[in-house]
Design a protein around this ligand. Structure first.
Ligand SMILES: Cc1cc2nc3c(=O)[nH]c(=O)nc-3n(C[C@H](O)[C@H](O)[C@H](O)COP(=O)(O)OP(=O)(O)OC[C@H]3O[C@@H](n4cnc5c(N)ncnc54)[C@H](O)[C@@H]3O)c2cc1C
Length: 362
């Protein structure tokens, strides 16, 4: 496998910003990954594993170590009754995996249609949308641990991955674990799949409007339509923006904090607060999940905001976009200003969901 030097990274990310990787390789097999890990180890280089680059901002100064852009895309299947265990190479484009499942009448991931990135990245982020998440169907992954004496291949079962909302065990030590392939349990039985529902999507209402259960392709079409409407799609022939998806996590706040936010919003603009309901959802533990887009509506950082070559998607307040020749510095500065503005009004610091690679202030 070729290890190249000084490779520009911007085009391998969905935001399209960032400098060069000092070293860069595109492993297609476990052996390639092992070779690359040995190369980095021998030179004491930091390692960064890049999937589809859809959840990262690469520094304008680039990355001084070795970037591994995962390209393994092999698929294999194992039948077990109504279930089919599908194993996909970590470098496979996530949406290609979804399309494969739909074509083969395998249920379980159709609600995750149209999310950019790779299978490996989906496991790391516990990809979630429209009430479904990768961990619902994820069974296990073969993972190279680059820091365990000699790099060793380990199997991580679902319960070992410590999945939570948009997070997993693998994100805690960047560069240590390299997911080689991941296995998902998909079902041949449509009835075995729960009706996915969240605050934006209810499969039952789709069924009601059709007068029957939707097919997987109809679920996919509906999800893609909603994603495009929200500016959350990057797909040829569809309205797309250069973004990294939602830049900030949904904050969870205590009941008292929630009451303070509601009172503050009412005080500043009561009509807006009423118009934008629901903007918070009570959780089982009594806390509230708050829509960051609602908080941003009380700042200058609204949909369609533009500052130089970066801005906010005209379709999605949480999505910072590159509208021209934007840089990582511009993006980080805008993100910081958005965090400061929300904190100043509501006392809540929005937490970044997107990962910064290399040195970026902010
Ligand atoms: C338009 C748009 C819409 C989006 N919508 C959603 C959404 O609805 N729901 C959602 O959850 N996310 C969403 N995202 C965010 C993003 O698509 C997901 O987080 C995705 O899973 C990231 O995958 P990736 O392959 O691009 O990872 P990258 O961005 O390349 O990397 C992200 C992290 O994963 C690590 N990683 C990647 N592959 C591997 C591997 N093989 N082994 C070890 N570590 C690895 C990287 O080192 C890095 O730490 C969206 C992004 C965009 C641009």
């Amino acid at each position: 496998m070729e290890i190249r030097e000084h490779v520009p990274l911007a085009s391998f990310t969905t935001l399209g910003v960032g400098g060069e990787a000092r070293f860069f390789a595109e492993p297609r097999s476990l052996e390639d990954v092992q070779e690359a890990a040995a190369f980095a180890r021998a030179r004491d280089l930091p390692l960064f594993v890049l999937g589809g680059g859809s959840n990262v901002v690469v520094s304008d100064e680039g990355f001084s170590g070795l970037v591994l852009r995962m390209r393994s895309t092999q698929l294999s299947t194992e039948e077990r009754g109504d279930m089919v265990f599908v194993t996909a190479g970590a470098g496979m484009v996530w949406d290609d995996f979804v399309v494969y499942a739909i074509k083969h009448n395998l249920f379980g991931i159709e609600c995750l249609s149209g999310v950019p990135g790779t299978v490996g990245g989906a496991v790391v982020a516990n990809l979630g949308a429209y009430g479904a998440q990768a961990s619902d169907t994820f069974v296990r992954a073969d993972v190279l641990d680059t820091r365990s004496g000699e790099p060793a291949l380990k199997v991580f079962e679902n319960e070992q991955c410590d999945f939570s909302y948009h997070d997993s065990f693998f994100s805690r030590e960047p560069g240590r674990y390299i997911i080689i392939r991941a296995t998902f349990a998909l079902s041949r039985d449509a009835g075995a799949i729960p009706a996915y529902r969240d605050n934006r999507f209810d499969m039952t209402s789709l069924a009601v409007s059709l007068g029957r259960a939707p097919t997987q392709s109809e679920v996919r079409a509906e999800v893609l339509r909603m994603r495009e409407e929200k500016g959350s799609l990057i797909m040829p022939g569809r309205i797309s923006f250069k973004s990294a998806g939602s830049f900030f996590h949904m904050p969870f706040v205590s009941e008292e904090q929630y009451a303070l936010v509601a009172a503050k919003a009412q005080e500043i603009d009561a009509a807006k607060e009423e118009r934008l309901r629901p903007w918070a959802w009570r959780q089982k533990n009594g806390s509230y999940k708050v829509a960051p887009g609602f908080l941003l509506e009380y700042t200058e950082f609204k949909k369609g905001y533009v500052r130089g070559d970066v801005g906010i998607s005209p379709r999605h307040t949480l999505s910072i976009i590159n509208v021209g020749e934007g840089s990582a510095r511009d993006i980080a500065a805008l993100a910081r200003d958005m965090q400061d503005a929300v904190e100043k009004i509501f006392g809540i610091r929005l937490e970044r969901e997107v990962e910064y690679i290399g040195t970026i202030e902010g």
